[in-house]
Design a protein around this ligand. Structure first.
Ligand code: ADP
Ligand code: MG
Ligand code: MG
Length: 250
């Protein structure tokens, strides 16, 4: 699904990513962990096409197609979803109307007709029931006065509706409370299928009590320095990152 080879990226003359290699297959959940400032959010932004960063070397492809020359919207239309893509508050535009527009834009970009209104309603009903999102929430203005948990709910709802091929969830540094963690975890577990791939970026091992990743990668100073299975996350929880730094220096 996602293939990253020798990815280097900079901002100004500061190199942030220093040769990332990552292969994510359909049906897999990968967790990327690492200390603050390692480059986790930068990696997520670059996959989604954020043009703030300059890719100086390497390549990123989705289902074999090189993404390099594609703008963020084009990547989204091809099925790349990054959480917090739409963090803006839009008074007067409801959660439902926003997603309706996003879905139809995606369909249009892929040469399909708009989704008929009755089908849209049906899908909205199904997905909101699956994720236990109540009606009232769906009619609220996008992100306006949303709590942390509500932002997560919206994000997971967007993901459920858009059915991305590749979902990247960057949990950022803002403290997620236990409810928000559960919302994300439930969403991910319910939406996981053999047709999509999910990359969860987190430094909370706690989240991985609810989402069991197939692979865990440690990102340190712009490089993936260690990969393992879910047990690696537990080891990191127990031992921190210093032992990995020492392994690197040795
Ligand atoms: P993480 O998500 O792992 O905490 P980030 O990807 O946010 O790390 O940041 C990695 C490094 O790149 C940090 O040193 C950060 O200061 C720097 N960085 C990221 N984005 C920018 C930016 N837009 N401008 C300047 N420096 C940046
Ligand atoms: Mg950070
Ligand atoms: Mg970050």
């Amino acid at each position: 699904m996602l293939s990253i080879k020798n990815l280097h990226a900079s901002i100004g003359d500061k190199e942030i990513l220093k040769g990332i290699n990552l292969e994510v297959k359909a049906g897999e959940i990968h967790a990327i962990m690492g200390p603050n400032g390692a480059g986790k959010s930068t990696l997520a932004s670059i996959i989604a096409g954020n043009e703030t960063y300059e890719v100086t070397e390497g390549e990123i492809s989705l289902e074999g197609e090189d993404l390099s020359d594609l703008a963020p919207e084009e990547r989204a239309h091809k099925g790349v979803f990054l959480s917090f893509q739409y963090p803006v508050e839009i008074p007067g535009v409801s959660v439902t109307n926003f997603i309706r527009t996003a879905i139809n834009e995606t369909r249009k970009a892929n040469g399909k007709e708009e989704m008929p209104a009755n089908e849209m309603l049906k899908v909205i009903r199904e997905k909101s029931e699956l994720l236990e999102i109540d009606r009232k929430f769906l009619s609220r203005s996008l992100n306006e006065g949303f709590s942390g948990g509500e932002k997560k709910r919206n994000e997971i709802f967007q993901m459920a509706m858009l059915e991305p091929k590749l979902a990247i969830l960057d949990e950022t540094d803002s403290g997620l409370d236990i409810d928000a963690l559960r919302i994300v975890a439930n969403g991910v577990n319910k939406l996981k299928s053999d047709k999509n791939a999910i990359v969860v970026i987190t430094h909370y091992q706690r989240l991985l009590d609810y989402i069991v990743p197939d692979f865990v990668h440690v990102l340190l100073n712009g490089k993936i320095v260690k990969s393992g299975d879910a047990s690696l996350a537990l080891e990191l929880e127990e031992r921190g990152y210093d032992w990995i730094k020492q392994e690197q220096e040795a």
